[in-house]
Design a protein around this ligand. Structure first.
Ligand SMILES: Cc1ncc(COP(=O)(O)O)c(C=O)c1O
Length: 458
């Protein structure tokens, strides 16, 4: 791939995968779309003017029904950590499905305890984060986390953050703070929303570091004015994902955790997007900020595409749930457990976290060059392979470039690149690929974006 003196790679040609997809013999894209329109809820979301019919995946690549190959820079939906249909995981699932798919936790089965132990070993020494409740989705894991915090502390109020996304179940929707994801039904009872460390759009109109971290210190006021003074918990994503890859100043979480703990609350890290090495320097997102949570929730990349999630805490925090019966029918099923265990093994054996750091660094450097070249790029954010590009119509007014972001996503798709979108205004491009991405893929991604930005600016 040629690189001009500007340092921006030039060839926007998709690297060809060594994998050959099987000839597709299923229904056409139009037939699939017609079935969906007639029989499925109209609330399902699709990207693209003409939704893609994706029929096969291998590692960082996907194929549609016409055999066209794509680089998946959004990893399904940040769910594929080590590669689509990773051969080792596929083999282990096949083996497990042939033996036993499901019974429930009423009976014993070795894999659930083995995975619980493997996760406990991943947390920082001395954190005592060693007790896990397995669920099937991130929303359920966050439900459990909040329930445990309320039961353990005897307090009710939970503090989440504006611009957060924690799920779509009624209680997770309460934690979520984006009007676009909140239905006009009673919600957010017992939930308050603090200000995020979103420097590019500072909620107080201030500038770091002269701001004295008002976004974090304001928690003191929030608790004093809007709660009885004692809270059950604070929940935060170490880097806000759906909110547009918003990473706060380094001291933000330390200040917030301290205030919350002084008011009796537990601290919950929602690692649904940031966990499992994605941020490169650390296995968990919270480790980037020098804090240790009391509860950690996980989903998405934990099982490389399995409907699998978890809530891990110290044992004493999980204890009060024994006061009633809490049950999750499919939580901890052997097939999901095998997927989770094997994903962890591959993260180690294939140096996935190191790759996220290296390739993420390469992409970030490329994005910084694009920012110098294109006025459309307002901000570049994130760590490792969790990166965001906030597009603006005007760098002074910061008017969100929502239509332009949608246009970029369409244009790069034609070239064979699948990107995500996020932020309240839908103007943040999200790059969160399977963490097996290589250097040639990274060059292709930057070249594609350069070309798309150029066209749109013209
Ligand atoms: C940070 C975060 N938490 C929780 C969730 C909810 O997960 P699920 O869709 O599996 O319920 C999501 C989903 O996007 C998420 O990004």
């Amino acid at each position: 791939m040629s690189t001009p003196s500007s340092g921006i790679p030039q060839s926007a040609t998709l690297p060809k995968s060594a994998h050959t997809p099987a000839p597709y013999k299923g229904p056409s894209r139009d037939e699939v779309l017609a079935l969906r329109r007639e029989y499925l809820t109209p609330s399902l979301l699709t990207y693209y003017k003409e939704p893609l019919n994706i029929v096969e995946g291998h590692m960082q690549y996907l194929w549609d029904d016409s055999g066209k190959q794509y680089l998946d820079a959004i990893a399904g939906i940040v769910t594929v950590s080590v590669g689509h249909c990773h051969p080792k995981i596929t083999e282990r699932i096949r083996e497990q499905v042939g033996k036993l798919c499901h019974t429930t936790t009423i009976y014993l089965h070795p894999t659930i305890g083995q995975f619980g132990k493997a996760l406990a070993e991943r947390f920082p020494k001395g954190s005592e984060l060693n007790t896990t409740y397995f669920t099937n989705s991130g929303s359920e894991a966050n439900d459990i986390a909040v329930l445990m915090a309320r039961m353990y502390t005897g307090n009710f109020e939970v503090i989440s953050l504006r611009n957060a996304y924690h799920g779509g179940s009624p209680s997770a929707m309460a934690l979520t703070a984006h009007g676009t994801w909140k239905y006009p039904v009673p919600h957010s009872h017992g939930v308050k929303h603090g200000t995020p460390g979103y420097c590019y759009r500072c909620p107080f109109g201030l500038t770091y570091p002269a701001c004295d971290m008002k976004c974090a210190t304001d928690f003191e006021e929030l608790i004093r004015y809007e709660t009885p003074g004692q809270v059950a918990a604070f929940i935060g994503e170490p880097i806000q994902g759906v909110g547009g890859v918003v990473d706060p100043p380094p001291e933000y979480f330390k200040i917030v955790y301290d205030i919350v703990r002084q008011h009796g609350g537990l601290c919950i890290a929602d690692e649904v997007q940031t966990g499992f090495g994605r941020t490169g320097d650390h296995f968990w997102g919270f480790e980037n900020w020098g804090v240790t949570p009391d509860i950690v929730t996980m989903a998405k990349g934990i099982g490389n595409g399995a409907p699998l999630a978890a809530c891990t805490s110290r044992r004493e925090i999980a204890e009060p749930l024994t006061q009633r019966i809490h049950f999750n029918t499919f939580g901890g099923n052997p097939v999901s457990m095998i997927q989770g265990l094997t994903t962890l093994e591959i993260i180690d054996s294939e140096q996935i976290q190191e790759n996220a750091k290296k390739i993420g660094g390469q992409i970030r450097a490329g994005l910084m060059l694009l920012k110098e070249k294109h006025a459309l790029v307002g901000d570049v954010r994130g760590k490792g392979l969790m990166l965001g590009i906030e597009l603006v119509k005007d760098r002074t007014t910061k008017e969100p470039a929502t239509a332009e972001a949608a246009e970029v996503v369409e244009q790069v798709r034609e070239k064979g690149l699948l990107l995500g979108k996020g932020g309240l205004y839908g103007n943040v491009l999200r790059i969160k690929p399977p963490m097996c991405l290589n250097s040639t893929d990274a060059d292709f991604l930057i070249a594609c974006l350069d070309e798309a930005f150029e066209k749109i600016e013209a």
